[in-house]
Design a protein around this ligand. Structure first.
Ligand code: PEP
Length: 248
């Protein structure tokens, strides 16, 4: 069922504190929409708080990353997918552009993270997207194809990908409808050719989604949801985006 709704997922990034989170989570508890599957990716220390407050709600809680290393061991500072599952997580963002930029995460490491997530029954949401320079030089499809190649040989029936043009993240600049439609169609086509025709796909658009542009974005063909950064930090703004989820 969730694989046939629009996914509206929030990415808190490195934001929050226990008091603000409590208010935000309480505000989200009552939010629902028949057409939307809702999730939030919290910083690691607040995951258990979110799981606790949202315990009897259908809202998914997840993290923004997981370790490339499996289970446990001498990896100071790392958090494994096994630990995330143990704390009640449902999903994990993999390869967000900020991780690619600041931590130089590339396909080899990202594939280990995807494998660890799947081995622990967590849904990985693979984030892909081109920089402004790459788009201006007409390389956006090639860049995204290379990022999607991390899925080669993966044996799953369902896959979730967030298309987030780097130049649209946190900038207030949104890709236009033609750009979004073309890239989402391309991502669907690529995934079907990599993973086979029977795979069920969710492609979320991310990049400055807010209450004012959500309706237009979510009505674009093959946009199966949104990954929302800044606007997911306020319950009313996030709820207003969720209210625009479309029937598919
Ligand atoms: C994000 O962090 O994934 C994101 C899309 O951020 P924003 O909505 O703030 O652009």
């Amino acid at each position: 069922m969730i694989w046939h709704k629009q996914w509206i997922f929030g990415n808190w990034k490195m934001n929050g504190n226990q008091a603000d989170n409590a208010a935000l989570l309480q505000g989200l508890r009552s939010v629902s929409h028949d057409n939307a599957h809702i999730g939030i990716a919290t910083p690691f220390p607040y995951l258990s708080q979110a799981v606790q407050v949202l315990a009897d709600s259908p809202i998914w809680v997840g993290s923004q990353d997981c370790s490339q290393f499996a289970e446990k061991g001498a990896y100071t500072g790392e958090v494994s997918a096994t630990m995330l599952k143990d704390c009640g997580a449902n999903f994990v963002l993999i390869g967000h552009s900020e991780r690619r930029t600041y931590f130089n995460e590339q396909n080899q490491i990202l594939r280990k993270k995807i494998d660890n997530a799947l081995a622990n029954d967590l849904i990985p949401i693979l984030c892909v997207g081109e920089t402004l320079e790459q788009r201006q030089s007409g390389q956006e499809m090639a860049v995204v194809a290379e990022q999607l190649a991390v899925l080669q040989g993966l044996s799953v029936n369902h896959i979730a990908v967030a298309y987030e043009p780097v130049w649209a993240i946190g900038t207030g600049v949104v890709a236009n409808a033609e750009q979004i439609a073309a890239m989402h169609a391309f991502i669907h086509k690529e995934i079907l050719s990599i993973m086979g025709e029977n795979v069920t796909i969710r492609t979320l658009y991310g990049g400055s989604v807010n209450a004012n542009n959500a309706a237009d974005i979510l009505s674009i063909d093959k946009v199966n949801g949104a990954l929302v950064g800044g606007a997911s930090l306020k319950a009313d703004a996030f709820s207003a985006i969720i209210a625009n989820a479309q029937t598919e």
